[in-house]
Design a protein around this ligand. Structure first.
Ligand SMILES: C[S@@+](CC[C@H](N)C(=O)[O-])C[C@H]1O[C@@H](n2cnc3c(N)ncnc32)[C@H](O)[C@@H]1O
Length: 201
């Protein structure tokens, strides 16, 4: 079933949100919507803006909830999105200047901070993003490590090792985080196996 969705959508690369390209598995987007609705985050930090559809999706949900903002970052600008809740930063997500800037912004908000990692999915990069951003996640909130499917999907073999080894290494070192199995298994298809990491305390 997953293969058919992937084939017909060119691995979800041809989907749009209100006309804006969004590169997300639609079942995963629904789970994210449920998390945002329940958590009402004050800040979502997204690595990997691409053409901006996902950051707009999060911001539009925040419009409906009347609360929150988004910081999204990418090594290059590939969009012309503009939304009062969205701040777009250009640069490497693990550059010290970027990490400092984002951490400062996170420290200023009260309420939940949710982190979504959707940039370079190689193990090394995801390890560094987890190291850089896990400290801003508030207890009860999450870091969503996207696209662990890279490590299991036959067609993604060229991009391995991907996020799954990074998740395993991170959890071994950080017992205050645990996989939220219920979220990860909401639907029988997902691009983010073991991806929802909950900050417990
Ligand atoms: C899968 S796309 C993001 C998709 C987007 N979140 C969406 O749902 O529409 C990955 C993006 O990560 C960016 N990227 C790759 N390496 C990066 C890095 N080191 N820092 C920040 N962004 C990076 C790429 O330029 C690309 O646009």
């Amino acid at each position: 079933m997953n293969d058919e969705f992937i084939r017909q959508t060119n691995n979800y690369a041809t989907l749009t949100w209100l006309g804006n390209p969004i590169w997300q598995n639609i079942a995963d987007l629904w789970v994210t919507q449920e998390v945002i609705s329940a958590l009402r985050p004050s800040l979502i930090i997204e690595t990997g803006t691409n053409r901006g559809g996902s950051s707009l999706f999060y911001a539009h949900l925040m419009d409906l909830l009347g609360h929150g903002s988004v910081i999204t970052m990418d090594v290059k600008k590939m969009h012309n999105i503009s939304h009062p809740r969205v701040t777009c930063l250009i640069g490497d997500s693990i550059a010290q200047s970027m990490v400092s800037r984002v951490r400062e912004a996170a420290e200023k908000v009260t309420g939940h901070v949710l982190v979504i990692l959707d940039s370079d999915h190689s193990t090394g990069h995801v390890c560094k993003e987890l190291e850089a951003y896990h400290s801003v996640v508030t207890p009860g909130s999450y870091v969503l490590v996207q696209d662990g499917i890279t490590d299991t999907l036959p067609a993604a073999a060229a991009w391995r090792p991907g996020p799954l080894p990074a998740i395993e290494a991170f959890l071994a070192e950080n017992p205050s985080f645990a996989i939220d199995q219920a979220l990860c298994h909401t639907f029988p298809i997902s691009h983010h196996p073991k991806g929802w990491l909950k900050k417990l305390v």
